[in-house]
Design a protein around this ligand. Structure first.
Ligand code: 2BA
Length: 109
C-alpha cells in the first residue's frame, strides 16, 4: 500500500475528491496553509493499493490545473516611512504537490 499526500488548490479540491471517490479511493481532506503565500490550500491523504496508485495519480493530474496568480509578497520590504509595504508577485499555483510514501502497516480497528 502507498500513502498519497497531495497538496492542491482549494478550488480544485471538491472536484478532485468527487472524482477520487467515484473511482473507489478513500480520501481524507485537511485544511492547510501554504508557507510561502500563507493562504489556504487543501491537503488530501489517500491510502491506495500498490496496483492502483498510478490511477490515483492520473486523476490528480487530470483535475488539478496550474494557473498564474498575483499575490502579496510574503516578505514585505520597508518603505521610506519605515512601514512595511507589501508588493505584488506573480506565482504559478495549482497543479498538485504530491508525496508518495510506502505504508508499512494499515490497520482499521
Ligand atoms: P505555498 O508555500 O504557499 O507556495 C505557493 C506557490 O508559490 C508555489 O506553488 C510556488 O509556485 C510559489 N513558491 C513557493 N515558494 C517559493 C519561493 N521560495 N520563491 C518563489 N516562489 C515560491 P507550488 O510549488 O505548486 O506549491 C503549492 C503548495 O504546496 C505550497 O504552497 C505548499 O503548501 C506545498 N508545497 C510545495 N512544495 C512543498 C514541499 N517540498 N514540502 C511541503 N509542502 C510543499
Amino acid at each position: 500500500m502507498k500513502l498519497i499526500i497531495a497538496i492542491v488548490q482549494d478550488e480544485d479540491a471538491s472536484r478532485l475528491i468527487s472524482q477520487m471517490m467515484n473511482d473507489g479511493f478513500s480520501v481524507t481532506k485537511l485544511a492547510t496553509t501554504g508557507g510561502f503565500l500563507k493562504s489556504g490550500n487543501t491537503t488530501l491523504l489517500a491510502g491506495v493499493d500498490d496496483s492502483r496508485f498510478q490511477d490515483c495519480l492520473s486523476i490528480i493530474e487530470k483535475v488539478c490545473k496550474s494557473r498564474k496568480q498575483i499575490a502579496s509578497s510574503p516578505s514585505p520590504v520597508a518603505g521610506g516611512t519605515g512601514a512595511y509595504v507589501p508588493y505584488p508577485v506573480e506565482v504559478m499555483v495549482g497543479g498538485a504537490t504530491v508525496f508518495v510514501l510506502n505504508v508499512e502497516n494499515f490497520v482499521k480497528m
